[in-house]
Write a protein that binds this ligand. Structure first.
Ligand code: ARG
Length: 585
């Protein structure tokens, strides 16, 4: 907020002094003792107008002299203009932000954005990549929505791959008498013949067998192809398996505070595949190669090998490339999005490069549609290898949530937190803390980086952690509750009475910038840094004051208004990160 206003003022000063150009942008002052914001515009202006930079800086400073918004303006170094803003200007800007819709975070234009994230595979165990996809994607979805866009988050389930053929084939061996395997059968039981526990053992068994037995694997492939082709009994059984698996996934994801708008899967795009393939053949994009149908997507300027997209293999089964291409067709048809984001493991970068090139080449999307893969790195264990559960198996979301909750519970008890809470409340708080630790630990790294899952560190109540942010929000809530601050509003804000209050206000009013940057760069980490920053400023402010005992009522009101402002911003940050703060802890 402040920055935008100052940019305008500086920009105007440069043009009034006869320096037309792009000199308005100010940055945060690197040395706070010199100012809050810095303009470095005099340097490029000096080059352009062939004058010493300090001379230009002086002219600008003369122009700004007497502007009531600045407490102090000075020239440092080669010609930096360092500005300190007045407390009134700061408090007014903060009030403006608090008064505006969405804390001034709304984007000027509304876009239709699809976020493809989660990507869990039906009947197959989740792995840490799926956990990251869910956590990062959820944050990006929330940020886009908060900024006023039309956003649709789609889980894009892997519900159409070889694992489905494996489950079908394995069940056909175990229960050959089931109607699902009778090719002449037309009606099938309404009740699912398997439950989630069955599914948990079925896939590993089938997967093991297919590695050891070629015939078994071929039978699984055949079942997959027949499923795709529409064999009735297989489709009915498959539907049951998907439903059972989805019900389980929904409960896990909701505990993780991950909410999808759409529960579509790879199978949903299947209906468009034949039509698209015919079209690609007719339009000359697709060709036969070694029994497969492909689209060349290599470009002359490539400095790495980009193999062709494979639409269909000789056995006829639908493929990952083809499915993603058909899904883009479906999304364009149903939503006409201007942006599609794919929050998927960085090891799939080539896949997306191929798919994006193919849909552009074949004109399936308008040229201005943004297709973007948000690649993320691996969550590693302390041994530096991809994280595994204690038993060495793949991740089970339920188990992971239980582990973090239990650890959080003992941390809370050891730290003397929540002593007055009932056992049920404590368990609720422990889950909030555990999930905050897990998510913040993940989101506070740039997406593309691999990181080490250090649960003990993530659970600390001090430092850059989820629990630290959570605790500071709860502390703000408790101050406000104790002081009975229901009637306090932003209008009660006064100019800051100390450096700590000044710094907190300065940090708070920068929220729209952090939100915008996180959105533009598709980086939740920006919001983590920002959240930590305001939480630390709040702690310093809080340590310096005794709000509850303050006897000057106006002053007390102003302080409570600042606490309330802090709470509003930190809650917005936590919400964007997909973290829930309890009322007390
Ligand atoms: N199910 C896939 C996997 O487990 C991830 C799906 C990602 N999204 C996509 N549109 N391909 O690897």
């Amino acid at each position: 907020m402040l920055r935008k206003k100052i940019n305008q003022i500086i920009g105007a000063a440069f043009s009034e002094c006869g320096y037309e150009g792009n000199f308005s942008e100010v940055i945060n002052c690197k040395l706070p003792e010199l100012g809050d914001f810095s303009s470095v515009g005099a340097l490029p202006a000096a080059k352009q107008f062939k004058k010493p930079p300090r001379e230009i800086a002086q002219e600008i400073v003369n122009k700004l002299e007497g502007n009531p918004l600045f407490e102090n303006i000075r020239i440092d170094g080669p010609g930096y203009i360092n500005m300190k803003v007045t407390g009134t200007f700061l408090a007014d800007s903060l009030k403006e932000m608090l008064d505006s819709a969405n804390l001034a975070c709304t984007d000027g234009k509304k876009e239709m954005i699809i976020v493809d994230y989660g990507g869990a595979n039906v009947a197959k165990p989740l792995h840490v990549g799926h956990l990251r996809a869910a956590i990062i994607g959820e944050c990006l979805r929330r940020v886009a929505k908060f900024r006023g866009h039309d956003v649709v988050g789609d889980v894009h389930l892997g519900d159409w791959g070889l694992q489905m053929g494996m489950i079908i084939h394995e069940l056909s061996l175990r229960h050959p008498e089931w109607a699902y395997f009778d090719e002449s059968a037309d009606t099938f039981p309404a009740e699912a013949p398997v439950n989630i526990e069955d599914l948990e053992t079925l896939y590993p068994t089938a997967s093991k067998k297919s590695k050891e037995d070629e015939d078994y694997l071929n039978a699984c492939r055949k079942a997959t192809t027949e499923l795709h082709a529409g064999r009735k009994g297989y489709r009915a059984l498959w539907r049951h398996v998907v439903n059972v698996s989805v019900a389980d996934l929904k409960s896990d994801y909701s505990r993780l505070l991950v909410n999808f708008d759409l529960w579509l899967g790879e199978s949903d795009a299947h209906q468009y595949l034949d039509m698209l393939i015919d079209r690609f053949i007719k339009e000359g994009y697709a060709k036969e190669s070694d029994g497969a149908l492909i689209v060349e997507v290599a470009e002359e300027t490539d400095n790495h090998n980009v193999p062709p997209v494979i639409l269909r293999k000789s056995d006829g089964a639908a493929l990952y490339h083809a499915t993603d291409i058909a899904t883009i067709y479906e999304r364009v048809k149903d939503y006409d999005p201007s942006i599609i984001l794919y929050v998927v493991d960085k090891r799939q970068s080539l896949h997306f490069e191929q798919v994006f090139r193919c849909v552009r080449k074949t004109k399936l999307v308008r040229d201005d549609v943004v297709l973007r893969h948000i690649p993320f790195g691996t969550m590693n264990g302390t041994d530096g290898k991809p994280f595994k559960t204690r038993e060495g198996g793949t991740l089970k979301l339920k188990e992971l949530i239980t582990t973090v909750t239990e650890k959080a519970f003992s941390k809370l008890v050891d730290g003397g937190y929540g002593a007055s809470l009932s056992d049920d409340e404590k368990r609720y708080v422990a889950e909030c803390v555990g999930i905050a630790a897990l998510k913040f630990g993940d989101l506070s790294n740039t997406c593309a980086r691999d990181y080490i899952f250090e649960l003990d560190r993530f659970l600390e109540f001090e430092g850059k952690t989820g629990p630290y942010l959570l605790y500071s929000a709860v502390r703000a809530k408790s101050i406000l509750a104790k002081a009975g601050a229901d009637d306090i509003t932003a209008t009660d804000l006064k100019e800051p009475a100390s450096t700590e209050e000044f710094n907190l206000m300065l940090a708070l009013q920068a929220f729209p910038e952090a939100c915008e940057m996180s959105f533009r760069n598709r980086e939740p980490m920006v919001l983590c840094e920002y959240g930590y920053n305001i939480a630390a400023s709040f702690s310093s402010m809080y340590a310096k004051t005794n709000i509850i005992r303050e006897t000057d009522t106006e002053r007390k009101k102003a302080m409570l208004a600042l606490v309330k402002a802090y709470l509003r911003v930190i809650e917005a940050v936590l919400d964007l990160l997909g973290i829930k703060a309890p009322e007390r802890m």
